[in-house]
Each structure stands twice: as structure tokens, then as C-alpha cells.
Design a protein around this ligand. Structure first.
Ligand code: ZN
Length: 54
């Protein structure tokens, strides 16, 4: 089984946090995430096989 993890599209870090601080954004908006490494934020974070990151 291959395990997929979300990574930052800019720096490929896995240190990603949810940055949905607007409670109204809930169901209608895509969840925004933020990278702790490079401060990139956005709704698109690719999923890659965990083994590719090593
Ligand atoms: Zn990043």
C-alpha cells in the first residue's frame, strides 16, 4: 500500500497547517492550508506518495 501525504507545492514540505480562520468558509469554500516552511498558502496542495519524499 502506498501512503499519500500532502506537501507544499513550493518547497515540498509536509509541515502544513489548516488556515481556515473564517468559520463561514466551511462547506462552500475549499479548505485553505498554509505551509510552515515557506509561508505559502492556498487551497491546492498536491498529494504525493510518501516514499517519494525520502
Ligand atoms: Zn512550503
Amino acid at each position: 500500500m502506498v501512503k499519500y501525504v500532502q506537501v507544499c507545492p513550493r518547497c515540498r514540505s509536509r509541515d502544513i497547517i489548516m488556515s481556515n480562520d473564517n468559520p463561514l468558509a466551511g462547506s462552500m469554500m475549499p479548505i485553505e492550508r498554509k505551509c510552515n516552511e515557506c509561508n505559502y498558502s492556498g487551497t491546492f496542495f498536491p498529494e504525493v506518495p510518501e516514499e517519494e519524499l525520502k
